[in-house]
Ligand binder design. Structure first.
Ligand code: HEM
Length: 233
């Protein structure tokens, strides 16, 4: 070691750690979407309805978890932090970067997140009631609606898929657009962190019990629905 170099501890202190942006549960939930959505489409196209139903219930559980996480998760996962009014969205569109939080979704990204999550939730919910009992496959709650309503729901379920595919296309186009401007959104969604920046603090740890409770509640709800939502006595 040369005499001019500062001691190891001082050098370590001089390199601030990366800033944590997305927690592991949010990332796990996110990356399950690009796996599940194509798989759900493929199983429906190829009439593999038993698997389609199972994957749909997994997606239901993940979406319920994500909604709960939007209230009890760390700051960047919370709806209150990223769903902003039209003023903030317009300011952001005019180039005012202070209109959004230093880390997490921008005011525009926040709305696209909400729309994507709600569209997927609507799609899964329609699937629960879809199908024709005289024609094979039905969702676990199909028996709760009449055959005519179930027909309409099935048609909506088929149509909404294409709207979701469009939203996903927009989502990917936006990510490419930011990448072209030198704004890398992908790496933080993979690794959870961004390089350190002056005055930017990331998310802190979330009590693990909240994660366990949210996962348990979401899995419980998906299982209850899988069994046809029997009365709880
Ligand atoms: C089925 C496909 C996909 C769906 C449904 C989807 C959905 C979502 C949702 C709901 C969020 C908000 C995250 C949250 O707050 O929970 C999000 C964020 C994000 N997604 Fe995706 N996603 C998909 C595919 C992808 C792919 C393939 C990539 C990468 C190439 C990607 C990269 C990102 C990134 C970087 C963010 C963070 C954006 C930001 O900083 O606001 N997504 N996505």
């Amino acid at each position: 070691m040369s005499d001019t170099q500062p001691p190891l501890a001082a050098r370590y202190r001089a390199t601030p750690p990366d800033v944590s942006v997305w927690d592991p549960l949010l990332r796990l939930t996110h990356w399950s979407f690009p796996l599940l959505i194509p798989a759900l489409w493929w199983t429906a196209e190829n009439h593999k309805y038993a698997l389609h139903k199972r994957l749909g219930l997994v997606l239901l559980g993940l979406l319920v978890f994500r909604l709960l996480w939007g209230f009890f998760g760390p700051e960047t996962a919370r709806f209150a932090q990223f769903v902003k009014g039209p003023k903030a969205v317009l300011a952001y569109l005019r180039g005012d970067r202070s209109a959004g939080p230093a880390v997490g979704h921008s005011p525009l990204g926040g709305w696209s997140t909400l729309v994507l999550l709600l569209a997927m939730l609507a799609q899964v919910s329609l699937g629960l009631f879809a199908g024709d009992p005289f024609d094979g496959a039905t969702g676990p709650l199909n028996g709760l609606v009449g055959a005519r309503l179930a027909d309409t729901i099935t048609e909506l379920h088929e149509t909404l898929f294409w709207a979701i595919a469009g939203l996903i296309g927009l989502h990917l186009a936006a990510i490419c657009f930011y990448a072209a401007k030198g704004d890398d959104l992908l790496s933080p969604m993979v690794g959870g962190a961004i390089p350190p920046a002056e005055g930017v603090t990331g998310i802190g740890p979330t009590p693990w019990v909240r994660g366990v409770l949210a996962c348990g509640l979401a899995a419980g709800l998906a299982l209850w629905v899988a069994y046809g939502a029997p009365p709880i006595s």
